[in-house]
Design a protein around this ligand. Sequence first.
Ligand code: M6R
Length: 610
Amino acid sequence: MCGIIGYAGTEEACPILLDGLERLEYRGYDSTGLALFTKDGGLLRLRAAGRLSALRRCVTQRLEQGADLHGNAGLGHTRWATHGAPTKENAHPHRSQEGKYTVVHNGIIENYAKLRGELEAAGIRFASQTDTEVIAHLLEQLDTGNPLETLRRALPRLEGSYALGVLYHAQPGTLYCARRQSPLLAASCVRGVLLASDAAAILPFTRTMFRLEDGEMAQLHANGAIFFFDAQGRALQKAATEIARHTTAADKGGYVHFMRKEIAEQPECLARTLAPLLSGGEIHLGESEAALENPGGIRRVLFLGCGSAHHAGITGRMLVEELSGIPASAELASEFRSAATAVDRHTLAVIISQSGETADSLQALRLAKEKGARTLSVINVEGSSIAAESGSVLYTRAGLEVAVATTKAYSAQLAALCALAARLGALRGQDPARLRDFVRSLAALPELAREVLADTEATAHAWAQELQSVQHAYFLGRNLDYATAMESALKLKEISYIHAEAYAAGELKHGTLSLIEPGTPVVALCCRPEVIPKTLGNAQEALARGAKLFCVTNRQNPLPERCLTLPPCHPLLVASLAVLPMQLLAYHCADLRGCDVDKPRSLAKSVTVE
Ligand code: M6R
């Protein structure tokens, strides 16, 4: 989480930093700040609680007051609070007591309390509650006059994760940085050098950038030179990475919110994701085929991811078992790390992540590799950390997703997983006719999705009007519909702040049914043909207790209640269609409640802390 941008060069740094922060704001948006070397050699710091707009106001005010904000180097930061409330005092950059070091940080310093105690005992006064401030003071305490050498001495004292941007008071045209477990990129362009936690902030200047690896440091000069060093301070030669430009522009295209635009884009995203994988009625995964070599050696497929990516993994598990017969499971990446899950060279670990930067998923990937698994990642952001470290990558082609609540990237993940499951089925010699039938239906998915979005918008809006004032809602489903229920509940709660729970429909009577009282909203997902009768039975049980029932189904009016009817489709594709009206439902609920749809409170798009 948190976004870092740094610039040194020939241009005015302040607008570059502010624009960079704009592009990074999705990483965290509770406070922002920047530090700027001004023309007179001073180091100015501006910080504000709240969104970037507050920092922009602060800049405008300072200019109106006659402040000189001209300068060619500086650092900016947008924060997602971990230690200390989202106040101006806790906003980055943080500064050492004598002002020699100014620091922006992404990550968590796990031993910060111990370090803070030691620094306070040495007479340092802290100005914030953050873990980051210890870094600035530690650097000053260990200062050698050579910031690189000082960093080399200080970094081993830090436990935890960091992407660090550092300014040294006596070197106005130079940026320093270091990385452990949090992404950091450096680039040079005709106008100078850049440093960022994310390619999005660098892409307006260049597509060529260097990814720092764990333990590496860099020194960036305003003249465009960048020097890389390992943890011992030895010079490194690094290969640059070329990033393809995002295919989708970061604008709302006439929609009020990015989320609504991204929901609408799903048919094209599905088509883009599937096109390179489908040929002649068969699936071929291109470069990702490498992960499937010697398919007989794959005895288990393990899906790893967080949040919606985990829900995609649960769907993937069911698809793989149905289409290939290979035993599969899905685990939360954050739990996998502390569990003793059996993983070996016969495991295909599939890491699912839109951003490719989620810290828990990255660590899960590393652990799976350590245990000998083959690794294949399903990733939306090219050049991201998980993509870089995976054995193979299957890219989803959803384009840039801006809204914190994922919609189009989730759909693209499901499509990619359908393709993976079908390919595994083919490689394992499953019934070719059955697979052909599935692949044919998969190819038609983008058009079906277009139909569903058009046909369900009005009903989703009407349901949202009924649901907008409730406090709790329950989503029920079995099998693939259960995975959709989980995703639907997450979508509703994260953006509308309505408490929502998903239940495997058969589980309701084992405890949760006691919460269903007259008027409690229950959304029953009844789309997988084989389980519809049983789910309907469970929905009736809720209805009998007074629940206000909403039913999403592909059967004609199975209940006398509110029904949202989807077109018939392949039984294994129901998750891809049923989620669409549920995204619309969450969107309209949040919008009607006046919530900040694209930037829900306390969340961030890219979760780079564990
Ligand atoms: O970038 P990732 O796909 O790894 O992100 C995983 C989750 O943080 C993400 O899906 C999150 O749950 C979304 N906000 C859900 O809409």
